[in-house]
Ligand binder design. Structure first.
Ligand SMILES: Cc1cc2nc3c(=O)[nH]c(=O)nc-3n(C[C@H](O)[C@H](O)[C@H](O)COP(=O)(O)O)c2cc1C
Length: 325
C-alpha cells in the first residue's frame, strides 16, 4: 500500500510561506495540514483573516485547512467559507493541549465530552459542503477517553482521523502510547493517520512494521510535525527508502532553504524584529539536527537586527555546522 505523508500543522512553524518554501527545496510530503484557524464571532469572514489559506498563497502541495472551535455554527460558517475557496476537506482540531485552549473546552478540552462532540457533528456534518476529518489525542485527562469517542466518530462519514497517542495533559512529555493506538485501529471504521515522534526513517520503519499485518498495511497515512521542521530531509528519505546526501550537502541545502525563508519573510513581515523573531523560532528547530548547537543558538538569539542575525547564521553554516545530533 502506498505511503501518504502529511506535513503536520505547527502553529508558528508551518505557515504558508514555510510550506511553499519547503516544496521548492525538499520532497516527501504529499499534503500539508495547515495550523489551526480560530472561528471569529463576526458574521463576515474577510480574505485578510484567512490570508494564509488563500489558494493563491498555497502554490506548493495540497493543503487541508484546520479549524479550532467548539461552536458548530462558528465552525460551519468558517468551513463553508473555506470550501467556497476550493477546499474539499476541512479538519477539526480536537487535539490542542495548551491550557488556554483546552480549559475552554476547545481542542483536547472537548475530549471528555463525547455527547458534546456528537451534538457538534450532528449539526456540522449535514450542513458542511466539504468532507470533515478530525485530529485528536487519546484523551484530555486519560488515555481511554478515546474508547468513548471512536463509537461516536463511527456514526459519521469522516475522511480520516489523525491520532496523536498522548493525552492533552501530557502535552509532549512521555512517549506515544502505541498499545492504546493499536487498540484504536480495531475500533474505528475510518482510515487512521498515525502522528507522533517520527524523528528518523528508522522510527518510521519500526512503526510501519508494527502497524502492518502480512499482506495488509493497516496504516498508510502518516503525519510528521516537529521532526520535519528539525530535519526537512526526513519525509524525502522515508519516501525514497535511502539517504544519499552527505552531511555537507545537507548543510548547503538547508542554508539555501533558510535564505529563501529569510527573503520571503523579509518581503511579507513588517518590521525587522518580526522577521528576526520568526527566523529565530525556525532556527530553534533547524539547529536541533546539528551537533552541539547551544552556543550558536545563544548567539543567534542575542542578535537584534536582520543584518546581525544573518551574519551569525552565515557564520554558523559556513564554519561551525556539523550535521547529525
Ligand atoms: C508549537 C506547536 C504548534 C502546534 N500547532 C498545531 C496546530 O495548529 N494544529 C494541530 O492540530 N496540531 C498542532 N501541533 C501538534 C502537531 O501537529 C503534532 O500533532 C505534534 O507535534 C506531535 O507530532 P510530532 O511528534 O510529529 O511533532 C503543534 C505542536 C507544536 C509543538
Amino acid at each position: 500500500m502506498p505511503v501518504t505523508l502529511y506535513m503536520g500543522p505547527i502553529r508558528g512553524g508551518t505557515d504558508h510561506i514555510y510550506r511553499n518554501a519547503f516544496n521548492r527545496h525538499f520532497s516527501g510530503f504529499d499534503l500539508a495540514m495547515a495550523p489551526f484557524i480560530n472561528c471569529i464571532n463576526q458574521n463576515k469572514i474577510t480574505r485578510k483573516y484567512v490570508h494564509g489559506l488563500l489558494p493563491e498563497n498555497n502554490t506548493g502541495m495540497p493543503v487541508i485547512p484546520q479549524i479550532l472551535s467548539k461552536s458548530a455554527e462558528g465552525f460551519l460558517h468558517m468551513a463553508n467559507y473555506l470550501s467556497d475557496l476550493g477546499y474539499e476537506t476541512i479538519n477539526w482540531n480536537l487535539g490542542c493541549p495548551f491550557p488556554q485552549v483546552a480549559n475552554k473546552q476547545r481542542g483536547s478540552g472537548l475530549l471528555p465530552f463525547p455527547d458534546k462532540i456528537r451534538e457538534f457533528l450532528d449539526t456540522v456534518i449535514p450542513a458542511m459542503r466539504g468532507q470533515l476529518t478530525i485530529k485528536t489525542r487519546l484523551g484530555r485527562e486519560h488515555r481511554d477517553e478515546i474508547f468513548s469517542l471512536l463509537p461516536v466518530f463511527n456514526d459519521y462519514p469522516l475522511g480520516d482521523i489523525t491520532i496523536h497517542p498522548r493525552t492533552g495533559r501530557q502535552m509532549y512529555t512521555g512517549t506515544p502510547d502505541l498499545d492504546t493506538f493499536e487498540a484504536c485501529l480495531k475500533l474505528t471504521r475510518h482510515p487512521v493517520v498515525y502522528n507522533g515522534d517520527i524523528r528518523t526513517a528508522a522510527d518510521f520503519n519500526r512503526l510501519a512494521e508494527r502497524f502492518s499485518t502480512p499482506g495488509e498495511c493497516k496504516i498508510s497515512r502518516w503525519m510528521i510535525g516537529r521532526w520535519a521542521l528539525v530535519d526537512p530531509f526526513l519525509p524525502g528519505v522515508i519516501k525514497a527508502g535511502k539517504d544519499p546526501l552527505t552531511g555537507q550537502e545537507k548543510i548547503e541545502k538547508l542554508k539555501a532553504f533558510h535564505d529563501d525563508l529569510f527573503e520571503q519573510y523579509s518581503r511579507t513581515l513588517y518590521g525587522p524584529s518580526h522577521i528576526t523573531d520568526r527566523m529565530k523560532g525556525l532556527m530553534v528547530y533547524f539547529l536541533t539536527a546539528f551537533q552541539n548547537p547551544h552556543n550558536a543558538l545563544k548567539k543567534i538569539k542575542k542578535t537584534r537586527t536582520p543584518e546581525q542575525y544573518m551574519a551569525e547564521v552565515n557564520h554558523f553554516f559556513d564554519s561551525d555546522a556539523r550535521w547529525g545530533c
